[in-house]
Design a protein around this ligand. Structure first.
Ligand code: SME
Length: 154
């Protein structure tokens, strides 16, 4: 299936799943579960939430992961610092990459922002080299933007 069609269908499923719910924990938990079911060839998907000056582990699917990530640290920290999506074809080539699970080989991280404020990041890891393309980044940005708008971030 083409990326555009895949992400369009995924987006439709997400919209249906979230419905009118606005609780951020419930919505991110369900979003992580949906992405885990739908995205092939991944070993981790989840959220890190900005709390003070660091990112703290949020709802996710996959193996237990690093709990706190400093601004600028690893792919997640760089994404948060620069507020720019990162598609990393080989995590071993990324300076400062944080290896929560040594089987991860490629990664995509997108920022979650609302009204110019950073709320957190969405991180997806794969055991396969170069699993993600810019199209995955774009599709996941749409997911992140939807969640940013549709949750109350208490
Ligand atoms: N590899 C990430 C850390 C988070 S885990 O992969 C779940 C990073 O370098 O930011």
């Amino acid at each position: 299936m083409e990326h555009a069609q895949f992400y369009e269908e995924l987006y439709g499923k997400l919209v249906a799943l979230i419905g009118n719910e606005r609780d951020w924990v419930a919505n991110l938990a369900n979003a992580a579960a949906l992405l885990w079911e739908e995205l092939p060839r991944i070993n981790w998907v989840g959220f890190y939430i900005l709390k003070g000056e660091e990112l703290v582990l949020g709802p996710f699917q996959g193996r237990p992961a690093c709990i706190r990530i400093g601004m600028g640290k690893g792919v997640c920290g760089q994404t948060a610092l620069l507020r720019k999506s990162h598609v990393v074809p080989d995590v071993h080539e990324f300076p400062g990459h944080i290896a929560c699970d040594p089987i991860s080989r490629s990664e995509v991280v997108v920022p979650i922002e609302k009204d110019g404020q950073l709320l957190g990041v969405l991180d997806v890891d794969s055991p396969e080299l170069a699993r993600f393309s810019e199209a995955d980044g774009a599709g996941l940005e749409k997911v992140a933007n939807f969640l940013a708008e549709r949750c109350d971030w208490a």
